[in-house]
Design a protein around this ligand. Structure first.
Ligand code: PLP
Length: 387
């Protein structure tokens, strides 16, 4: 098998051909600035508003609640930092307190660290062995700190695929009159999301995780929330996110959102089947391996394992020589051999955490590829263990 087998869809996805085709005219034909008054600019403006309507519908939001950003990282920074600003403004300079989890993406964790330096309180809720936030901990933290202004818990984890109890957290946040933000970068386009049902006040998403282009995303902000602007400048995005819009990117994200939601049910069924075939073989045919994350509350495309006695980093490099792309942890933090913060938080010992491999499937993968990958992983693990 000489072609590359791409199994790192949590890191990024291929821009779908339909998406690339939808974007193209907005690069070289309708290139007008959407803020201009002449008709040529109107084309770009219409395309942006169309994408906004499509995206709003997918999460049961109103179009005016969708704000385009440069991606998941910006959306996360905006939600957290400006929720704290908002609290500060309303409460005469009091800094507020955020509840989050230790398994979040670094876009959240490092934003929290920054806010902590500025005097904001941060509490990390405990998670169970599968990485799900403990609700009792959230209840206790809200009772203990009277200045809790935000709960931010991811929709689904980027390393182990665990889906968090977003519905219950949303209900609790509403009852206790605390804002609720969820980083849905790994979930949007893969799971049905309903911000009304789940009482979500703010939600981050990123186009390149669901077949769209890189460098574009959105933040949903519930209409009633007066979240201050994060990027200051022109009047774009209703004065809330300045800067000339990434028109082709936004058009592409709208198209990708439409396709992802149309195909979600069929694709996730296929992907789950392939994932289960691969996981079954790995767990049956290799010794000293555990599958990390939840069996029940799990993204269909995620298969993450810890192999005792190997390093995931070296295994990923060896698999690359066999034409297989997998990750040894979070793509954003590769390059360091520290144990993954997610695996540490769910209680995986270093001896196992060092051997972490994350496999994330996409709709283009095949059963034949799964069989090939299972064989190659067996071979690599055997070679690395020396037996
Ligand atoms: N949040 C999660 C859960 C992610 O997985 C990622 C990317 O891997 C991000 C945020 C950052 O998104 P972006 O790459 O669009 O900045």
């Amino acid at each position: 098998m000489s072609k590359m087998i791409y199994l790192d869809h949590a890191a990024t996805t291929r821009t779908l051909p339909e998406v690339a085709a939808a974007m193209e005219p907005y690069q070289d034909i309708y290139y007008g600035n959407p803020s201009t008054i002449y008709e040529f600019g109107e084309k770009s403006r219409e395309a942006i508003e169309y994408a906004r309507r499509v995206i709003a519908k997918t999460i049961r939001a109103r179009p005016e609640e969708i704000y385009f950003t440069s991606g998941g990282t910006e959306s996360d920074n905006w939600a957290l930092k400006e929720a704290v600003h908002l609290y500060e403004r309303v409460n005469h300079g009091k800094k507020g307190h955020i509840l989050t989890t230790p398994v979040e993406h670094h876009a959240i964790l490092n934003s929290c660290e920054e806010l902590k330096q500025m005097g904001c309180g941060i509490s990390y809720l405990h998670v169970d062995q599968s990485g799900r936030a403990l609700l009792a901990d959230a209840e206790n933290a809200i009772s203990e700190h009277e200045d809790v202004c935000l709960i931010s818990v991811m929709y689904a984890n980027n390393e182990i695929g665990t889906i968090e109890p977003v519905d219950e957290l949303g209900r609790m946040a509403k009852k206790r009159q605390v804002l609720f933000h969820t980083d849905a970068v790994q979930a949007y386009g893969h799971l049905p999301i309903n911000v009304q049902r789940d009482n979500i006040d703010m939600l981050s998403a990123s186009a390149h995780k669901f077949g769209g282009p890189k460098g574009v995303g959105f933040l949903y902000i519930r209409k009633e929330i007066n979240l201050p602007a994060f990027v200051h400048g022109g009047a774009q995005e209703s004065n809330r996110r300045a800067g000339t819009e990434n028109v082709p990117g936004i058009v592409g994200m709208g198209k990708a959102a439409e396709l992802a939601h149309k195909r979600m049910r069929m694709e996730s069924r296929k992907i789950r089947y392939l994932r289960d075939c691969l996981a079954y073989r790995i767990l049956q045919e290799i010794e000293d391996v555990v599958m990390t994350g939840s069996r029940r509350y799990r993204l269909a495309n995620n298969a993450s394992f810890c192999f005792k006695g190997i390093t995931g980093e070296a295994a990923a490099i060896l698999l690359d020589t066999q034409g297989i792309c997998v990750s040894s942890g979070s793509a954003c933090s590769t390059g360091s051999l520290e144990d993954s913060h997610v695996l540490t938080a769910i209680g995986i010992e270093s001896e196992w955490a060092q051997g972490a491999i994350r496999i994330t499937l996409g709709a283009e993968n095949t059963k034949e590829e799964m069989d090939y990958v299972a064989e190659k992983i067996k071979m690599v693990v055997k070679d690395m263990r020396g037996h």
